[in-house]
Design a protein around this ligand. Structure first.
Ligand SMILES: Nc1ncnc2c1ncn2[C@@H]1O[C@H](COP(=O)(O)OP(=O)(O)OP(=O)(O)O)[C@@H](O)[C@H]1O
Ligand SMILES: [Mg+2]
Length: 321
């Protein structure tokens, strides 16, 4: 059974995609036999492109999985690496909320017609919002599969992969909620600036709501600082965040991802995550450290078991930036 790991933040540019890609890369190198599925759910398609996947016009994407037009198996594509598959996304996903809303409206109308037929003798019971809501709870709730639209869609591929890693868009609406409703672990990255801390508390509160409603087994893996710079502001914000996670019993990752200008260039030039092209690189090593830390707290398995890492690539060399 694959463990489902997602990276989520309601803010853009905090490194969700970077972390997804390099987590996949570090897992690939550390567990040479592991099969990995990387799922892109962001209309920007950055993860898809980073694995050099090009989507043709009529090709299925995550949009089709959300809409129920195609299965996950029909949508997965192979990459240059025989142990990494990608479930691609493209700009179609921008229309998802709109199209789902239309589908949702039709569901409500059908439901209403059924209800009127059923209660035509006591139609007055349906004539107030309260009355309608009561019937809705009793019979069907048309909104019940809106925020967990991916429910069951990955069941058929659970045994084909060891790790399923989801990249999400910078929002907390239908797409991210649906991913959180089926994942096992969520990592929460943030940039330690003035708004970063607020973003994390909002996200975690939303995660807890979804957890209660749809996915009680979801584990908040921890809060992870990215783009860390050696400034007073960052030090102060990190301190605030650590206090918050401590108080609320969430893990705060000891691993920090520093801001590094040179690595982005490397990712583009080599066409693969830097953790794959250059595991010993100083920037890559942060992700290997993160992988070890995730393993130590049982985040790499569904049941919290700690794994033996067959190919240990974390060199544990402390260097100055
Ligand atoms: N530690 C870092 N050092 C330097 N640049 C970084 C770092 N992390 C991310 N970046 C850069 O910041 C930009 C945003 O990163 P990324 O795309 O991973 O964020 P994101 O959260 O996925 O954004 P979005 O919400 O738009 O999908 C990218 O150009 C990326 O190369
Ligand atoms: Mg992204």
């Amino acid at each position: 059974m694959a463990v489902g790991i997602t990276v989520a933040a309601n803010k853009g540019g905090v490194g969700k995609t970077l972390i997804t890609l390099n987590l996949a890369g570090s897992i690939r190198k550390s567990f040479p036999d592991a099969k990995i599925l990387v799922v892109d759910t962001d209309a920007q398609g950055n993860t898809t492109k980073s694995f050099r996947v090009k989507i043709k016009n009529d090709q299925n994407t995550i949009y089709d999985v959300f809409m129920g037009n195609a299965t996950v198996e029909e949508t997965i594509v192979h990459t240059y690496d025989n142990l990494i598959d990608v479930l691609p996304a493209n700009a179609d996903n921008n229309y998802l909320e709109f199209d789902k809303m239309e589908e949702f409206r039709d569901t409500i109308l059908e439901w209403f017609v059924d209800l009127v037929k059923k209660f035509k003798e006591n139609i007055s019971e349906l004539m107030t919002l309260e009355g309608l809501k009561k019937k809705m709870n009793k019979h069907i709730d048309p909104s019940s599969n809106y925020f967990n639209a991916l429910e069951g869609t990955f069941d058929n591929v659970q045994d084909k992969y060891d790790f399923i890693i989801f990249d999400t868009p910078p929002e907390l609406k239908q797409v991210t909620s649906s991913v959180l409703s089926i994942a096992d672990v969520v990592l929460v990255p943030y940039e330690p600036d003035l708004n970063g801390v607020d973003g994390v508390t909002h996200l975690i509160s939303r995660v807890n709501t979804l957890k209660d409603k749809y996915n009680p087994d979801l584990r908040i893996g921890g809060v992870l600082a990215n783009k860390v710079y050696n400034t007073n502001l960052h030090a102060k914000m990190i301190n605030t965040m650590m206090k918050y996670t401590n108080r609320n019993n969430y893990h705060y990752f000891d691993t920090e991802i520093p801001r590094s200008i040179s690595f982005a260039d490397k990712l583009v030039r080599s066409g693969m995550p830097i953790t794959m092209s250059a595991p010993e690189n100083k920037f890559s090593q942060n992700f290997y450290k993160l992988l070890n830390e995730m393993n130590e707290i049982g985040l790499l398995t569904k049941d919290g078991t700690i794994l033996e890492i067959p190919n240990q690539l974390y060199l544990n060399v402390e260097e100055d930036e």
